[in-house]
Design a protein around this ligand. Structure first.
Ligand code: FES
Ligand SMILES: [Fe+2]
Length: 423
């Protein structure tokens, strides 16, 4: 399945009015941590090629509005929020989250009526907070539901949100979600290979399984020396349409534009029994570091390695030059589904994974038993042993601990370790 340049364009371009832009606009996407808007209620944001301003009103609603005020184009990023909307700081016109102008102070004083403001409406999209994230919907009404994935309902978990900018197209990031063999080479052997330690290579993949489920695809892997009871074969990893990886943690690859992606990661760790009951008022967040103090890209942790692979494929990977193999069977399933979904949207139907049924959305279960590890966690010493082994492999000399990506602030590391009873 070699792609033509036209097919590659069709799958990668995200601006409004493009086929993929239309498809991606049929889903809610997380775009910021809720905690960030609690600290600073106005944030400039670019989504699928559209410059916008995200804000939180004082009564807790969210709005996503065009960047310039309809009066004389002042920047909403310099505005301020009130109970029911955002006010432009130039002449005080105020706008509600649906974009409607709800106050024009001088116009109303001078005319004695409010009819003019009813004619003024800014471009606005829906935004809502859920699971510690602010979500945006840029598509046609009626909006579907924000998916209530099973993990959002898990109790007694330490959650954290990580955000980073990836300087390439969204699709190559998401294609990593259905790419089992990269674990062995990118995360298992790359560092050892650079050091010439070939006897330290990870066990080889011998068999792969790709399954379709209601919201996308799942994959299983069998390593040398493992059997069908092994964790990698039983605990499926999920690639959910159109841009989500799950379930051990979530990664959303939200297009900023054709050449940039907002990577949002929502991670949960079951706290130690000793820390139950455990709740967080606010889910903490942090931004990843791209480079160390010498300007070298971080490459030791799992997601840092992923980012280097995605950006290494080019700003928009040239899929006309690929040579796919058996390891890419899941990737081919995913691309075919995208193509089918493009056709569905063009025909006015919902693409795969859009949820409109509130009953279904009470809790969307995964095709594996994640809940068991939450309800019946392994003994704390066993968890500590597995973290210690990972630390020995990744940071044998340092006191760094967090294995997923670089840049975790010390106060979050301390909270996380405390929740897991490591301190
Ligand atoms: S430019 Fe916004 S109120 Fe005048
Ligand atoms: Fe990876």
């Amino acid at each position: 399945m070699v792609m033509t340049a036209e097919q590659n364009e069709r799958l990668t371009r995200v601006a409004a009015g493009t086929p993929m832009g239309n498809l991606l606009r049929r889903y809610w996407h997380p775009v910021a941590p809720e905690a960030e808007l609690l600290e600073n209620p106005i944030k400039e944001i670019r989504l699928m090629g559209e410059d916008l301003v995200l804000y939180r009103t004082r009564n807790g609603s969210f709005g996503l509005i065009e960047p310039h005020c309809p009066h004389r184009r002042a920047a909403f990023k310099n505005g301020y929020v009130e109970e029911d909307g955002i006010r432009c700081s130039y002449h005080g016109w105020k706008f509600a989250p649906d974009g409607q102008c709800i106050e024009q102070p001088y116009e109303e004083a001078a005319s004695g009526h409010t009819r003019y403001r009813q004619l003024v409406c800014a471009l606005a999209y829906r935004a809502e907070a859920f699971a510690g994230l602010v979500w945006a919907y840029l598509g046609p009404a009626p909006a579907p539901l924000i998916p209530n994935w099973e993990a959002f309902t898990f109790a007694n978990c330490y959650k954290q949100i990580m955000i980073h900018h990836v300087g390439c197209n969204w699709l190559q990031c998401q294609e990593n979600s259905i790419d089992p063999v990269h674990f062995e080479w990118l995360h298992g052997n790359w560092i050892a290979g650079q050091d010439g330690i070939t006897e330290g290579y990870a066990p080889r993949h011998l068999r792969l399984g790709f399954d379709r489920w209601d919201y996308g695809f799942a994959y299983r892997r069998l390593h040398e020396g493992d059997d069908e009871e092994s964790n990698a074969w039983v605990t499926k990893r999920l690639s959910m349409m159109p841009n989500v990886f799950a379930p051990s943690h979530f990664e959303w690859r939200v297009p900023i534009d054709d050449e940039n992606t907002l990577s949002i990661i929502w991670m949960f760790d079951r706290v130690a029994r000793e820390r139950e009951p455990f709740e967080q008022d606010v889910i903490p967040y942090w931004y990843r570091f791209d480079t160390d103090e010498y300007g070298h890209p971080y490459a030791q942790r799992v997601l840092d390695q992923d980012v280097l692979s995605w950006t290494g494929q080019g700003v928009i990977a040239d899929r006309t030059k690929e040579h796919l193999g058996r390891s890419d069977a899941g990737l081919v399933m995913f691309r075919k589904q995208l193509e089918a979904d493009l056709v569905a949207v063009e025909a006015g139907r919902d693409p795969m994974g859009v949820i409109r049924d509130a009953e279904v959305n009470r809790c969307i279960r995964y095709p594996n038993n994640m809940r068991d590890g939450i309800d019946n966690p392994p003994p704390t010493e066993v968890v500590h042993q597995s973290f210690a082994a990972r630390k020995r492999a990744l940071f044998p000399d340092g006191d760094d601990f967090f294995f997923l990506m670089a840049g975790q602030p010390p106060e979050i590391t301390a909270e996380w370790k405390h929740a897991l009873a490591m301190t």
